[in-house]
Design a protein around this ligand. Sequence first.
Ligand code: HEM
Length: 405
Amino acid sequence: MLNENTIAIIKSTVPVLEVHGTAITKRFYQLLFASHPELMNVFNHANQRQGKQQTALANTVYAAALYIDKLETILPAVKQIAHKHRSLGITADQYPIVGQNLLQAIKEVLGDAATDEILNAWAEAYGVIANVFISVEAEMYKEAEEQQGGWAGYRAFRIERKVQESHVITSFYLVPEDGGAIAAFEPGQYVSVKMSIPDQKNTHIRQYSLSDAPGKPYYRISVKREDSQPGKDAGVVSVYLHEQVKEGDVLWLSAPAGDFTLDLKETRPVVLISGGVGLTPMVSMLNTLVDTNSDRPITFIHAAQNGQLHALKQQVEEKIGQAAQAKAYWCYAQPTEQDAGTYHKEGYVDLPWLQEVIPSKDAVYYFCGPTPFMAHINRQLLEWGVPAADIHYEFFGPKGSLDEA
Ligand code: HEM
């Protein structure tokens, strides 16, 4: 454990980190990739370009610095990150590499302010934090490998079916090449997909939520094609999956991971709210509830731009039709003429409408979608008086903060 002096130094450097945190992590990634170019195969370069990963790492470093003498306080955050690390295949021997480059970055950015005492304190603190991650992840690797149908690392899956679900979303039904069993998962969890794309120097890893219930002979992911937009490049992986990858091809998957999961022991009503491709974990949750004959009242709310961009509509309607206590509602931001009579609300999801369609406020809420959408839903629910403990949400990329959205 760290001594009191080290803890005091770490805590006193938090304000400095707050000013320089992002600069430090930015420099850290430059150093890391220069000394270990093989790690370019592991990090998501789109997240890097948007600075998302830098912010996520900086935030975690602040939190760890603040709670260095009671790291158990940040254990839920550690677990969420550890799920991501486990699904990516991060190993214990990579921690010292990250540590050395982080320290070097602190030294360079802080300049004279980075005394030996401060650097030594941070080296020690990093060691303590890294050990927490390493032990949580070791447990997760063990679980992933030992469970029935589980595996370590990446396993080859053949695309049995590729189905277009909307103008921009396509589902891939994936079965293991080895013909073996596949691990159960909790609805809401994701898999990492590792891809080599012709003409691309590095491999790419992306996370996709599993969009069907567990217990099937396949895993299903439903991927949105990320076309280029002003200020944002097209998604290399999603466009390749949509345009080049075909039935019969192989994708490499890690075992399911993630802590945004439906609590199956809960008995209260459940409200599932999604925006755009955020519907994928929600459909998994809905299908699981209906397939297991849950008698919980279910409200499924989906917001899409219009009917053409509304994926999995028919499948969700069929599922809802199998459960008398389940209801679905569609909210279209800009419906077209063709959509007339097929949706319940025009514009955006707002509190009066939520109060109209949700039978009882006393429910457990899950939502997923673009960050501004989630921030809006979160505010509406809190304004209604839903306790924060009953509100659960998942970010598409690195975890951020809804307060900043
Ligand atoms: C993701 C923190 C060590 C590789 C993340 C995220 C955080 C984080 C906060 C974002 C999680 C999310 O998606 O919400 C840390 C901390 C570490 C550490 C505090 C040390 C104590 C490592 C190591 C590696 C690594 C040793 C291996 C080289 C990654 C990768 C991602 C990630 C590849 C996903 C990034 C992306 O795809 O954009 N980490 N990490 N991390 N981490 Fe770490």
